[in-house]
Every structure is written in structure tokens, then in C-alpha cells.
Ligand binder design. Structure first.
Ligand code: NAD
Ligand code: UFG
Length: 416
């Protein structure tokens, strides 16, 4: 295999992470003479492809540092940020980015879809501690005590349920969890004089898009209760911003987040059978599942399989940092995607190249509610947030594999 378990070349600068960046910029990093002497050589059974990915990783780190630096130039203040759902997949990666930027973080999570080991991993990666409250956001009083205990200045809101199929089966649970949680949060924010929110929305709000790539101005519509909760929350934020000029909202419409932290210590850890493509493919690669079902081979795409805009979760995390630091009064949606599409068959092929494992698959019928193609127009975020998702599909899948091969059973195997 190209990168067997544990053979992924590591970059010691990245894990533990560097100290919060304040004045470093791209030129400083390049001047420091990359490749950096602290980088370990790939182990014997890796090939030049490993070095190619490592080179790209160097560029990615430089770009991240450059973004942190540009942000720091504008606003040197470190703040206390409440992150709801911060133990989850995207939340945990965003907490790492916030801590590395120098912010203090308070996580609220009920651990219904995450592990406390994610918080240990965040602290190991960053070398910083995080305040964690195991609280359910539907509990208004408990949430209020969190606001009373900490000088919270802004909120990044990830907490919620996210499985489309499950939302069709249990709509009330989805409406209660996602809507009541968000309304409690907004009421507690106003009661404690906190007016800045970055919200996890989704490309699902575009339904079956009429225009590709999709701009933020595209028509919105959804076909399932999960998607409805995202659209309703977007409307609530818009109405609040119109009612009171103190509110600043950024609605981040994610396309398809994949990948993992470079260390392989944080990643996506779905419970049960994965709904999403890449976690499923990784479980086939690591031997937990026999084969993948490809949902439809007759879509109107270049190879007949569905096309999506996959984005590295660390690029997505950096997008939150950029959104937070660029919040303005009002309510603005932003697409967070790369603008490049990949098909299911391309994901399979690239995973085989990166892992060396074979991914057996069978093309079956289309999945209910699926669409042919979803592709972001990220121009608005590129320009207004000064942010760009640069990591390649190779790096996304190599990082997913690094996490999966180190932790075949997810966080639960760490005690072994
Ligand atoms: P995740 O399930 O890994 O993280 C969500 C976290 O919220 C979990 O840690 C869970 O325990 C917590 N949580 C759920 N209900 C809660 C409650 N009532 N009180 C407190 N904590 C609660 O999911 P993720 O993939 O990290 O997604 C984060 C957000 O991004 C979600 O709002 C999701 O809808 C949105 N989103 C995700 C994707 C994706 O593909 N992963 C795409 C678009 C949008
Ligand atoms: N797919 C398969 N086999 C699988 C799983 C998925 O062929 O076992 C295909 C799908 O048909 C689709 C592509 O892989 O063509 C991606 O599917 P995902 O389930 O990974 O992602 P979706 O684009 O369907 O949905 C995801 C989240 C939604 C979110 C949306 C946009 O699950 O919640 O991205 O952000 F709204």
C-alpha cells in the first residue's frame, strides 16, 4: 500500500500545532527555507507521491498562516468564543483553528454524536486547554448558566442533528433539536448581550440547483426536514438582524466537508453505518465494510455518477475563522466550497491511489432525494472573507485515510 497505517509522513511543526500566529506572513514562512528541517522523512515504504503531498501540505500550512496573519493584522484582539457542537466533526477542527488564532474557547455539546476524546485530541494538538460543558442546547436554563460563567463575546453554532434520512423518519425530533436549540441560543445570547453568530448552514438549502456553480443568490428550497430546519434558522437570523441592528450573522453554507486534521488524531467518526460517501469509502479501505454501493450510474455527469464539491475540513475550519473576524451587522450567507466537482467514481479512484487499497463497488439505483451535481460558486467568500479552500482532493483523501488507518474504529479504539 502507498500509505499503510501509521506510515503517513508527519510534519512535527503541525502536531503539536504552532503557537498562535500574530505577525507571521507567507513571505516569512517561505524565507524560513522550506522544506523545513523539522520535517521527518517519509518512512521507507512510502513513495515520491508522499513527498508531493507533503509539498502541498507545506503550501497549505503557509496559506493558513497567511490567513491568520492577515486576520491578526486587522484585529489583534483575542476573544472568548462559544462553540456549540464543538466536540463534533467540523466543530472540533474549528476549535483547533480558533485556539491556534489565540482565541479562548468554551464548548457546549451534549455528546449525542461525538466523543469526549475529541476534546482531548484538540488539547493535545493545540497544547491549549478548552472549557467544556456537557449541556443539551434544548435545556434553556443549563445553557444560561454557561453564559453566566464565561465572558462570551461571539458564538459559532454547529450543534444539531444532520442526517437527511433520519430527519424524514423522525421530523419532530429534528425540528425540536435544531430549532429549539437555536432559539434558546439566540435568546440567551441577547439576554447576555452577545450579538455575533456564525451559523452552520448547508448547501442542502439550494435543493436541486438550477444554476451551476451555485451563487448565494440562487433560489433556495429543500426537500426534507433537516434541510427545512436550516432554511428556517436562516430566516430567523435574517428577521432578527432586521429587527435589531446589534445582530451580526454569517450563514455558512457548507458543501461536502471531508478530510481530517493532519495529525490523524481528529476526524469524522460516524455512528453506525455511514450515510456519507467518504466515511463509507474509508471504512471499505480499512476493511470494516466489504464494498461500496454507488447510488446511480446514469446521472447527467461526465461519468454517470453524482458530482459534489468536496472541501477539506481544515479549509472549512479556516472559513469559520475568516467569517468570525469579518462579521458585520446584518445577515450574510456565504458558500464554503472549492468550486471544483468530483464524481463518486473519481473519489473511489483517488482513494485507491492514496491508500493502495482496492475499493470494490457496485452501481445500484439512485438514492431517494439525491441530486446529480452540487458545486459552489465561492467567489463571495473568496472576496469578502479573504478566504479560499486550496487543499486538493488528494490531500483531503490522504488525510481522511491517515485518520481512519490510525483509528479504524474511530475515537472508541483509542483506549486499546
Ligand atoms: P457532528 O454530528 O459531528 O457535530 C454536531 C455536534 O453537535 C455533535 O458533537 C453533537 O453531539 C452535538 N449536538 C447535537 N445535538 C445537540 C444538542 N441538542 N445540544 C448540544 N449538542 C448537540 O456534525 P458535523 O458534521 O460536525 O456538522 C456540524 C454542523 O454542520 C451541523 O449543524 C450540520 O448540520 C452542519 N453541516 C454538516 C455537513 C456535513 O456534511 N458534515 C454539511 C453541511 C452542514
Ligand atoms: N454516495 C454513494 N454511495 C454512498 C454514499 C453516497 O454513491 O454510500 C453518493 C451520493 O449519491 C452522492 C455522493 O456520493 O452522489 C455524495 O453523497 P454524500 O451522502 O456524501 O453527500 P450529499 O451531497 O448527498 O449530502 C451531504 C450531507 C448533507 C448536506 C450536503 C450538502 O449529507 O447533509 O452534503 O452540504 F446537506
Amino acid at each position: 500500500m502507498l500509505f499503510p497505517a501509521g506510515s503517513w509522513p508527519t510534519d512535527q511543526e503541525d502536531y503539536p500545532a504552532e503557537a498562535p500566529v500574530t505577525t507571521l506572513d507567507l513571505a516569512d514562512i517561505l524565507d524560513s527555507g522550506l522544506p523545513n528541517p523539522t520535517i521527518q522523512k517519509p518512512k521507507a515504504d512510502t513513495t515520491s507521491a508522499a513527498w508531493t503531498l507533503l509539498d502541498e501540505h507545506q503550501r497549505n500550512r503557509a496559506a493558513d498562516a497567511s490567513l491568520r496573519s492577515r486576520i491578526a493584522d486587522r484585529n489583534l484582539m483575542s476573544r472568548t468564543i462559544l462553540v456549540t457542537g464543538g466536540a463534533g466533526y467540523i466543530g472540533s477542527h474549528t476549535v483547533v483553528a480558533l485556539l491556534e488564532r489565540g482565541h479562548d474557547v468554551v464548548i457546549v455539546d451534549n455528546l449525542s454524536n461525538s466523543s469526549p476524546k475529541a476534546i482531548d485530541a484538540i488539547e493535545a494538538i493545540t497544547g491549549r486547554s478548552v472549557v467544556f460543558h456537557e449541556v443539551d442546547l434544548t435545556d434553556f436554563e443549563a445553557l444560561g448558566t454557561v453564559f453566566e460563567q464565561h465572558p462570551i463575546e461571539a458564538v459559532v453554532h454547529f450543534a444539531g442533528l444532520k442526517a437527511v434520512g433520519e430527519s424524514v423518519e423522525k421530523p419532530l425530533w429534528y425540528y425540536r433539536t435544531n430549532l429549539v436549540s437555536t432559539m434558546n441560543l439566540l435568546e440567551q445570547m441577547a439576554a447576555h448581550d452577545v450579538w455575533e453568530l456564525v451559523f452552520s448552514s448547508s448547501a442542502t438549502v439550494y435543493g436541486d440547483p438550477e444554476v451551476l456553480p451555485i451563487p448565494e443568490t440562487a433560489k433556495t428550497s429543500t426537500t426534507n426536514p433537516y434541510g427545512h430546519t436550516k432554511l428556517i434558522i436562516e430566516e430567523i437570523c435574517r428577521d432578527l438582524a432586521a429587527s435589531d441592528k446589534r445582530w451580526s450573522f454569517s450563514l455558512l453554507r457548507y458543501f461536502n466537508p471531508i478530510g481530517a486534521h493532519r495529525s490523524g488524531e481528529l476526524g469524522e467518526d460516524p455512528r453506525g453505518i455511514p450515510n456519507n460517501l467518504v466515511p463509507y469509502v474509508m471504512q471499505v479501505a480499512v476493511g470494516r465494510r466489504d464494498q461500496l454501493e454507488v447510488f446511480g450510474g446514469d446521472w447527467d455527469t461526465h461519468d454517470g455518477s453524482g458530482v459534489r464539491d468536496y472541501i477539506h475540513v481544515v479549509d472549512l475550519a479556516m472559513g469559520h475563522l475568516a467569517a468570525l473576524e469579518n462579521l458585520e451587522p446584518g445577515c450574510e450567507p456565504f458558500n464554503l466550497g472549492t468550486g471544483t466537482g468530483s464524481s463518486v467514481l473519481e473519489i473511489i479512484k483517488t482513494t485507491e491511489n492514496v491508500t493502495g487499497a482496492s475499493i470494490p463497488y457496485e452501481i445500484v439505483g439512485r438514492r431517494d432525494g439525491d441530486i446529480s451535481t452540487s458545486l459552489a460558486d465561492p467567489t463571495k467568500a473568496n472576496e469578502k472573507l479573504d478566504w479560499r479552500a486550496d487543499r486538493s482532493l488528494d490531500v483531503m483523501l490522504a488525510d481522511s485515510w491517515n485518520w481512519q488507518s490510525k483509528h479504524p474504529m474511530g475515537f472508541d479504539d483509542q483506549a486499546e
